[in-house]
Design a protein. Structure first.
Length: 406
């Protein structure tokens, strides 16, 4: 018997192995969310230039992109559990090293870049394995719940993490936040070590290049996959990159805010994302998923444009909740659809290509916006980039191959 409708989102928690993964990841994601805020403000304070944050994020994205496709092949060929534990361990070492260097007063911008690059390389091995292991921890009827709970914990981390970062930063500095993030990776690895994912039938080993080619051919054959991956590749380069580079400057110069105000915007976005993810899980079946996903991201882009033009911080804060709701709903629905439609022996490769294609142009976008950050007011640039993204999603909605996805 299925859980009552009001508890549908909790169905996956009946599975012990999923609870282990979920608990560890919740701790790790809170650490990551705090790390992002501390990293952004630390990079800005080292150089007092908005472009420095763009450079740091660009380097991390390059590291992530460099190992994503290899991570997808490895996760389809070998133990996804061991890949996750290894990635967590590697990231714990890297961020612990960053915390020590920062605490001893030796952190320089170039050193920060080096640590962030290593963090990105390890993260690229993590993502394909994580997406592929979820269907091995729960039964098919609970997959939607599992994916939603992962989304909820990820979004909830954006509520707790930035708030924690804002409080700790002023008391103990960025090094304390970095150390806490390193510890969160160890917690995640420890929980995951006790999980026992199901074994699935793997395809024959064909070599790295051929297995990558097989995954690419699958993506190309599925229109809703390659169209959406291509769309998000441009959207993240234009819209997401603009927010990451320009938001600290917007908060400080236009609204006279500090790290607390900056972190609060992430917290409010996280609140909206939690609500959006829960809405997906509580809905028995979302119809016309292609149209629904694209419509929510049109709305998200519109909210982003209004935020950039808002003369009041309070208005921007309200818009962040709306943006979060749209993002949480859209991403949770997308992830669930991919896991339900892609064969298990191909899943990690497809997820790696989803990530690779979606963020492949992000490093270029971060570099471009770092260079453009002084050409106009940050709010104007954010509004223009968001309006462009809204047009891209509307273009996707006009494609019948997207509207046909149920």
């Amino acid at each position: 018997m299925s859980a009552p409708p009001r508890l549908r989102v909790l169905e996956a928690l009946r599975h012990h192995d999923f609870r282990l993964l979920w608990a560890g990841q919740t701790v790790s994601q809170i650490g990551d969310a705090a790390f992002v805020v501390a990293l952004g403000w630390r990079a800005f304070t080292l150089t007092h230039k908005a472009s420095s944050l763009g450079i740091v994020l660009m380097v991390e994205a390059l590291g992530l992109v460099a190992t994503l496709l290899i991570g997808g092949v490895l996760a389809d060929r070998y133990s996804r559990k061991l890949l996750l534990i290894g990635s967590d361990g590697a990231r714990a070492l890297v961020i612990a090293g960053l915390a020590v260097v920062d605490a001893t007063g030796h952190l320089r911008f170039g050193v920060l870049i080096a640590f962030v690059a290593l963090h990105g390389l390890a993260s690229g091995l993590f993502q394909p394995a994580f997406g592929g292991i979820l269907p091995l921890l729960v039964e098919e009827p609970s997959l939607g719940s599992a994916n939603a709970l992962v989304g909820v914990s990820r979004q909830a981390a954006f509520v707790v993490g930035p708030a924690v970062a804002g409080a700790i930063y002023g008391l103990a500095g960025s090094s304390a936040i970095f150390a806490a993030d390193a510890g969160s990776f160890l917690v995640s690895a420890a929980f995951l070590s006790f999980a026992q994912p199901r074994v699935y039938e793997r395809g024959p080993s064909e070599g790295l290049r051929r297995e990558l080619t097989t995954g690419l051919r699958y993506v190309v054959k599925v229109p809703w996959l390659w169209i959406t991956i291509g769309t998000f590749s441009v959207v993240l380069m234009v819209g997401y990159a603009a927010f990451q580079v320009l938001l600290p400057k917007l908060v400080k110069e236009e609204w006279s805010g500090g790290v607390g105000s900056y972190g609060l915007l992430f917290t409010l976005q996280g609140v909206g994302m939690v609500i959006g993810s829960v809405m997906v899980a509580q809905t028995a079946q979302v119809r016309r998923r292609g149209t629904t996903i694209y419509s929510f991201f049109v709305a998200n882009s519109a909210f982003g444009a209004l935020l950039g033009l808002s003369p009041w911080y309070e208005g921007a804060a309200a818009l962040q909740v709306g943006r979060g709701f749209c993002i949480g709903f859209g991403i949770t629905l997308w992830d669930t659809m991919v896991m339900q439609r892609v064969p298990q022996h191909m899943l990690s490769r497809v997820i790696s290509m989803d990530w690779f294609g979606s963020i492949g142009l992000l490093p270029a976008g971060l570099g471009i916006w770092a260079g453009l950050s002084g050409l106009a007011a940050p709010g104007t640039l954010i509004a223009a980039s968001s309006a462009f993204c809204a047009c891209l999603f509307l273009l996707g909605l006009s494609d019948r191959r997207i509207r046909a996805v149920d």
